[in-house]
Design a binder for this molecule. Structure first.
Ligand code: NAD
Length: 467
């Protein structure tokens, strides 16, 4: 099964970037290997029977703590996959400069086989096992949602932690991606998709990059194909469609794809998918059963947003997109990456493209530790200052400022504006710094430049603690 080599892919990509760094082989090994992986087998009594479940939590690096990374629920999960994903978390955090090590967790389960109360029971039990080993802890290891999990699971995890440590004032910071009413942060659930949008926008701000990829003009009207209409894929497609006027010409899901050369209404498709559980029968597009065949559809931007290793040696030669944005983790195998690079297809790699999730998780964690919402203290003071400034301008010029500008100044920023602004800044800066590295070091592809950037930063961090 291809999926088994996910860790191999990650390590090969790491090794490829090493030649652009000055770090020693032994330090490279120290950075590359996963620090620890805990396998947990636990039983839960359900439907009058004890069911044994297997889960993992890997800590790839602890050069910063807490280690950060999602927990996925997937029937095909295994240790290799979890370690690969934990490594990607390390590199991702280094790229956007959040002070975290990398971690990841998984539970081998098909969530669709169980009811919501059963999932709650399983999640709480899994959380207990992890919490008692400090594998969930606001200072040491902070999970978040991933494939098959969402804010419900995070709320149950936070609640378990609070029950075990009722006097820990920072208990809510033990996990991110919680519901708003349970210490979550506005903008977290959209964050990974939003980050995908922001990095594509940043790419289109660099004319040289746009020309190199073979594009003409800006983002408006570009044809986008997306795989996976879950949390990440839905938000990315929705924002590109609604804010940037991209044409979403193809959406690939588990049991089939929906196509419309004129563009699909993403929200409408999502509502249909939620209601029917399939895209089959959706009237405002053509349904095709062989979903993954459409990864090679003629389009401008291809966004794999479902899972790892969906593009391999067998389909890479047929890919027609000019730009691939890896919203999913590890969607391209090492061999496929080589083929796509040869075809001069630009790839914005996972460790840059989907870093929006951990960026906003970082904000949520900080907000939980500060116990106050962003902007609370300064909002009225800023409004007062702007009011004074507007009065001064009006007095000096003898003219009244138009109402719409006045309103914008005086209303100030809401928490969601601040979250999006912070995310945008982190994503732009990451792209710019990696691009600079690519040019200065004469590196051929963004992925290698991104890995180099991450490796250099982690090496510096390890060296400064005197390893
Ligand atoms: P999700 O479970 O919400 O959505 C995944 C979607 O992909 C589902 O709609 C599923 O039906 C679909 N899918 C699964 N297999 C498919 C296939 N073979 N073909 C087409 N569609 C398929 O998961 P998510 O949170 O959106 O995560 C998607 C990817 O993004 C994963 O690789 C994950 O690790 C990565 N990621 C997620 C986050 C996050 O914040 N959730 C952050 C960073 C990276």
């Amino acid at each position: 099964m291809i999926k088994q080599d996910f860790l191999g892919t990650t390590n090969k990509l790491f090794n490829k970037a090493l030649k652009y760094t000055d770090i020693s082989e032994d330090l490279a090994t120290r950075i590359r290997v996963c620090n620890s992986t805990y396998t947990i087998n636990f039983g839960v009594k359900l439907r009058n029977k004890i069911h044994t479940f297997t889960g993992w939590r890997s800590v790839h690096s602890e050069h910063f703590e807490p280690a950060k990374g999602g927990i996925r629920y997937d029937i095909n999960s295994n240790q290799d996959e979890v370690e690969a994903l934990a490594a990607l978390m390390t590199y991702k955090c280094a790229i956007i400069e959040v002070p975290y090590g990398g971690s990841k967790g998984a539970l081998r389960i098909n969530p669709k086989d169980w009811t919501k109360p059963e999932i709650e029971k399983i999640t709480r039990r899994f959380a207990q096992e992890l919490i008692k080993r400090d594998l969930i802890n606001p200072a040491q290891n902070v999970p978040a949602p991933d494939v098959g999990t969402g804010e419900n699971e995070m709320a149950w995890i936070a609640d378990e932690y609070r029950r075990i440590f009722p006097t820990d004032i920072n208990a809510l910071a033990c996990v991110t991606g919680k519901p708003i009413q349970k210490g979550g942060l506005v903008g977290r659930s959209e964050a990974t998709g939003r980050g995908v949008q922001y990095i594509i926008r940043e790419f289109f701000r660099h004319e040289e990059d746009v020309i190199k990829a073979g594009f003409k003009g800006g983002l408006k009207g570009k044809k986008v194909a997306i795989q996976g209409l879950g949390n990440v894929g839905f938000h990315a497609a929705k924002f590109l469609h609604e804010d940037d006027e991209c044409k979403i010409i193809c959406i690939m899901e588990r049991n089939g794809a929906i196509l419309n050369p004129k563009g699909l209404d993403v929200e409408d498709v999502k509502n249909y998918l939620i209601k029917k559980g399939t895209l089959e029968g959706y009237k405002k597009g053509t349904f095709e059963k062989n979903s993954s065949d459409f990864l090679s559809i003629e389009c401008d931007i291809l966004i794999p947003a479902a899972r790892e290793h969906v593009i391999d040696e067998s389909n890479a030669p047929n890919i027609q997109a000019k730009l691939i944005v890896e919203a999913a983790n590890g969607p391209i195998t090492f061999e496929a990456d080589k083929i796509l690079n040869k075809k001069n297809i630009v790839i914005i790699p996972d460790i840059m493209a989907n870093a929006g999730g951990v960026a906003v998780s970082y904000f949520e964690w900080i907000r939980n530790l500060r116990h106050i919402r962003f902007g609370r203290i300064e909002k009225r003071r800023t409004a007062y200052q702007f009011n004074t400034l507007i009065s001064a301008i009006e007095t000096m010029t003898g003219k009244e400022m138009p109402e719409k500008f006045k309103k914008q100044f005086i209303e100030g920023a809401n928490e969601i504006d601040l979250v999006r602004s912070g995310l945008d800044d982190m994503i732009r800066e990451a792209y710019q710094k990696i691009r600079k590295n690519l040019i200065e070091e004469n590196i051929q592809d963004l992925r290698t430049a991104a890995y180099k950037t991450a490796i250099d930063r982690i090496a510096l961090s390890y060296e400064s603690i005197g390893l």
